[in-house]
Design a protein around this ligand. Structure first.
Ligand SMILES: [Zn+2]
Length: 102
C-alpha cells in the first residue's frame, strides 16, 4: 500500500479517490473519520490520506493526481471597464463596483 495523496481537506481527498477509482485503480482511504477524533490524537495522525493498494498502479495514479491539480498561474491584474480601478488578478469581480471582469 503506497500513499499517493494527503490533504486536510477531506472532500479533496475523496475527490482524488473517486478519480483514481474511476480509472480502475484500487484505493484505500485512511483517517476518513479523522475530524471526529480531532483533539484526541496528534493532529498529524488525522490527515486524510489516500493509498494505492497495488504498486503497479502507482505511476498511473500519480499521473492522474497531477493532471487534476490546479495549475498555479500568476493571475494578472485587470482594470475594471466601468470604474477603471485596478483589480487584483485573483478576483473575478471589481472590488469597487462589483462588475464582472470584462
Ligand atoms: Zn469597477
Amino acid at each position: 500500500m503506497i500513499k499517493v495523496f494527503e490533504n486536510f481537506d477531506f472532500s479533496r481527498v475523496g475527490q482524488m479517490q473517486s478519480l483514481l477509482e474511476s480509472h480502475g485503480i484500487k484505493t484505500f482511504l485512511k483517517n476518513q473519520y479523522g475530524s471526529s477524533v480531532m483533539g484526541e490524537v496528534p493532529f498529524v495522525e488525522v490527515v486524510p490520506q489516500l493509498y494505492v493498494l497495488d504498486e503497479n498502479d502507482l505511476a498511473q495514479a500519480k499521473q492522474l493526481l497531477q493532471l487534476d491539480l490546479p495549475v498555479e498561474q500568476p493571475a494578472e491584474d485587470w482594470v475594471c471597464d466601468k470604474c477603471s480601478v485596478k483589480v487584483d488578478g485573483t478576483f473575478d469581480r471589481c472590488w469597487k463596483c462589483g462588475s464582472d471582469r470584462g
